[in-house]
Design a protein around this ligand. Structure first.
Ligand code: ZN
Length: 275
């Protein structure tokens, strides 16, 4: 008898019988599952090849924790009375364990894909919302910049567009107290601001965003200069009685596209400004 650390239990025969190959490992497996002691306490060198295989299965099952399918154990138990060898059982167990591991890996991968997809959808939704808000803000800003307003707050209509004393008067006169605020009709650029030698006195012209040019004459004082950008309602001047004028008023002319003057009242009414 060779010297070894044999502890005197289940000494395998040189060539174990077929029956012993089945019974011993299964018994070991059951003991291991029940108590977790028997196989671990014995050295692998003391086991038959079949028992060693089952030790591997047992260790795998024990080490897998929650990932291991209880079916592994059930399958082993179901095979207890069968004629299959412990190698087959070990193979089956490894297959199930490998399958469980693959399933766990696949599930983790699918979860990652789902998380990535959800994050991408959330980011896309946030971007769409921001884009919509920016678009709405631009639309509001544009609508505000393109609105039309009255040139003077308190006025009375005097001379209108037409012939006056045998001469064409291409404007609407708005009588108002001297020093009244004279405002830009919409957003635009100041194209003239200064004294007129043709009777307009302190004179200001603004070209608006749609190409229309307004003339406002006889002002007491100008507040803007050529090239200045103005917003709807911005004060361009204070009204007065300068130039060829018979009384304090604003002389307003409207020149679509900078061309010939048109009657101001219907033109403003079409913009929603009713004088
Ligand atoms: Zn006039």
């Amino acid at each position: 008898m060779p010297k070894s650390n044999y502890v005197g239990r289940h000494r395998p025969a040189a060539r174990p019988s077929r029956g012993r190959q089945i019974v011993v490992p299964v018994a070991l497996l059951s003991s291991t599952v029940a108590a977790g002691l028997v196989i671990r306490d014995a050295g692998a060198s003391e086991l038959s090849p079949e028992a060693a295989a089952m030790k591997n299965v047992s260790d795998s099952v024990a080490g897998l924790g929650s990932v291991a399918d209880p079916d592994v154990v059930a399958a082993a138990a179901a095979n207890r009375a069968g004629a299959r060898s412990s190698r087959d059982i070990a193979g089956d167990a490894r297959t199930v364990i490998a399958g469980a591991t693959a399933t766990a890996t696949q599930t983790a991968g699918e979860a990652q894909v789902a998380a990535d997809k959800a994050a991408a959808e959330q980011a896309a939704a946030a971007k769409a919302k921001a884009d919509a808000a920016a678009k709405e803000q631009r639309a509001r800003a544009l609508a505000a910049a393109h609105r039309w307003v009255s040139p003077v707050a308190g006025y009375s209509l005097t001379s209108g567009f037409g012939f006056r004393w045998g001469k064409m008067h291409p404007a609407q006169d708005l009588a108002c107290p001297p020093g009244s605020a004279v405002r830009a009709l919409s957003s635009g650029t100041v194209v003239f601001a200064g004294w007129s030698n043709e009777g307009y006195g302190n004179f200001v012209k603004v070209r608006y965003w749609d190409g229309t040019v307004s003339w406002m004459a006889h002002n007491s004082r100008l507040l803007v200069s050529v090239g200045e950008q103005v917003a709807p309602g911005q004060v361009l001047a204070y009204s007065g009685n300068t130039g060829h004028s018979t009384g304090p008023h604003v002389h307003l002319e409207i020149h679509p596209d900078g061309g010939a003057a048109v009657p101001p009242l219907p033109w403003l009414a079409a913009k929603g400004v009713n004088l």
